[in-house]
Ligand binder design. Sequence first.
Ligand SMILES: Cc1cc2nc3c(=O)[nH]c(=O)nc-3n(C[C@H](O)[C@H](O)[C@H](O)COP(=O)(O)OP(=O)(O)OC[C@H]3O[C@@H](n4cnc5c(N)ncnc54)[C@H](O)[C@@H]3O)c2cc1C
Length: 457
Amino acid sequence: MTTLIGSRIYDDAIYATDRPVPSLWEETAGPEPEDDGKLAGEAATEVAVIGGGIAGLSLVWHLTRRHGIEAVALDAGKIGWGASGRNGGFVSMGYTKRSLDDLARSFSQDEARTVFAAQKAACDYVIDVARSEGLEIDLAGRGEYIVAHRPDRMASLRAKSAAMKAQFGEDWPVFTKEELQEQGYASPEAHGGIYVPHGTGLHPLKYTYGLLGLARSHGGRVHSHSAVVRWERDGSGQHVLHTQDGGRLRARTVVVATNGFTTEGLDGRFDGVTLPALSNILVTWPLTQAERQAQGYTTDVPVADSRNLLFYIRLLKDGRLLFGGRGGTSASEAAGQRYGNYTHRRLTEVFPAWKEVEITHRWRGFVCLTADLVGRVGLFPDDRQTGFLFGCHGSGVAMSGYAAKFLAARIAGAGFNEPFPQCFQRVPQRFPLPSLRVPALAAAYAWYRLKDEVLPA
Ligand SMILES: Cc1cc2nc3c(=O)[nH]c(=O)nc-3n(C[C@H](O)[C@H](O)[C@H](O)COP(=O)(O)OP(=O)(O)OC[C@H]3O[C@@H](n4cnc5c(N)ncnc54)[C@H](O)[C@@H]3O)c2cc1C
């Protein structure tokens, strides 16, 4: 088994980069587009990007196309091996777990507004890229429902809708349980909800493959199966990245875009700054029209519930249900099986009419948390030849590409006329006790489970 090197905080099985994760997306994305294969021998470029997911590929594309800067992405696995090829396909507002009010308290009201504006722009960005570049990525369902999983969660959803109106002049309509049912979403765990008028759903691996084509369309190079195992600087200050099979890539600038799969032990500035967290997805067989009607769930608008540890739910275009949620704190195969079974049981509770429905695919992968729950995108102020682009907090499909566009402009020394928050640009911060990241996550899960399921809202 080929695995990513470095001190890892989960079981080896999850880092096996020599085989794709068997997801629905792998089965339905069509033929894998050509990349530049394994990096062999000596090579040089202006910007080297470690990580060939949505973030890394988008960065190569923007650097080469917009700024005429030579760029190369290296990925340890096939392209799309990481979270980019195996996520739920929600194009949603994210890159932080913190609420806008919380961000306003920590930074400023203006900063919270900029985060909100960037999150919206990131959702539009994906739709614009798909349209302008002619990417066939199965865009489906405009916006997103957030449904109250308990009746007492409606108050906070109503408050959120009112705050959107008051602070941003935005209409985020509130629906009762019955109105939600009329719109095609019924579940014993849906007591009403709100509609977020931003984002959509897509086929994530088709999107990633589309970005691979774009990354290479202006001379960018993308090397799969090229894990970086050593990173040093030569006498002239150039970076030298050594890959697993003896390749060497020299570059003026290196950007780390490895998100939840960040390899520790390459450069101390990236050790202990990310907390990978498992997310878990089940997919059913294609549900017939009659099966969908029996449950009263027919809408293609993506759905998330009001839990802190939320379920994310989509009906795909062929009628399959995609049901995702957190994936526990052990990445062993056995724990994966157990967690998959637990998620299946919860699926049948959320959709009782689908008790007998068969699960055809299940897989999991890492999202990426940071110590202060805010993503990081920028260059080190004291070393502008090293950059970072990670910290999706479970929702990076939209922001990863938009943030890459921002970072490409920064690297080029060019302006960026769109909103991009300062708080994302701060230097990555180490967790206080990095070796206790996973136990701390387990404790946080226990607390949030209590809040979600037991304590009053
Ligand atoms: C199960 C699941 C469901 C999700 N659902 C959603 C969703 O519905 N909506 C949403 O917005 N977000 C979702 N996410 C998060 C989303 O997938 C990520 O935000 C996004 O894919 C991040 O892209 P990336 O390019 O930063 O990272 P990744 O796609 O994870 O890419 C990082 C890459 O770095 C490579 N790498 C690591 N170390 C090295 C090294 N040493 N050398 C070379 N390469 C290396 C890895 O091989 C990997 O391919 C989900 C994630 C998971 C796991």
